[in-house]
Design a protein around this ligand. Structure first.
Ligand SMILES: [Zn+2]
Length: 255
């Protein structure tokens, strides 16, 4: 099954996965995965000179994918089934995927859209039907194991709910993310609902107005050209063919 196929590939260091001392392989069965951690990078990358995988190399960590401020998604593993080192110990790193969000301020609109796409594709990969905002844990390995089990499949965390970390929380806009992810996962929008949603967007509304203007202009042109063709037909051998008229109209209304 595919996962984040439209992303930019930036492989994480192969050695930064699994726990050999605990006999946990770099990649585990999909059944062992339960959810995800949304991290904040608290800074910017500058590819190609400085990529997420460069930070993984210097910090000795790894994660599944990065969502850049411009909305680009960087994929660090071919599948979301690796045991990456992003959220503390194995109790969280085995069951939870890790997603980094670039930048320090509020998520950009492009970043929000891509984050929902990454979550939706990941949830689809594992067949999770629900999106659950998890809660802070007691940060012990046993406590985390039990909390993740209790939260069930499809749970999402901030890093500092699982670990004593400087990874900043609060930037993760759960008030927005939870309904957005739920809508993407749980609700199939009908075309009418989608259209109603799109009409609220200013750019889309002006686009609709433009189409309506073009439609009217097309009607006027057809009438005028039709009259012209009629005139031309009166003069033997002269004038514009109907095919040419159709072609002119097509050129005029083409975007
Ligand atoms: Zn983090």
């Amino acid at each position: 099954m595919s996962w984040l196929e439209r992303a930019i590939d930036d492989p994480a260091p192969a050695a930064h996965a699994g726990y050999s001392g605990l006999h946990i392989a770099p990649e585990v069965d999909a059944a062992l995965k339960s959810g995800a951690v949304v991290h904040s990078a608290a800074g910017l990358w500058s590819p190609p000179g400085y990529k997420p995988s460069d930070l993984m190399r210097s910090r000795g960590n790894s994660w599944d994918a990065t969502i850049m401020v411009n909305g680009d998604v960087w994929r660090h593993r071919p599948r979301p089934t690796f045991v990456n080192w992003h959220a503390g110990g194995p109790a969280q790193n085995v069951p939870l995927c890790g997603f980094e969000t670039e930048g320090t301020g509020p998520w950009t609109a492009a970043q929000k859209a891509s984050l929902v796409r990454v979550l939706t594709e990941t949830w689809a990969y594992f067949g999770w039907q629900r999106f659950v905002k998890a809660a802070p844990t007691d940060k012990t390995q046993d406590g985390i194991r039990q909390a993740i089990l209790a939260a069930g499949k499809g749970c999402a965390y901030e890093h500092n709910w699982l670990d004593y970390t400087s990874c900043p929380g609060g930037r993760d806009d759960w008030g927005w993310l939870v309904p957005a992810a739920k809508a993407a996962l749980e609700e199939e929008m009908t075309p009418a609902e989608l259209f109603a949603q799109l009409k609220k967007d200013k750019d889309f509304a002006s686009y609709l107005t433009l189409i309506e203007q073009l439609r009217r202009a097309q009607g006027t042109l057809e009438a005028q050209l039709g009259a012209h063709v009629g005139d031309a037909a009166k003069h033997a051998g002269g004038g514009v063919s109907e095919e040419r008229v159709a072609e002119i109209i097509r050129e005029l209304v083409a975007d």
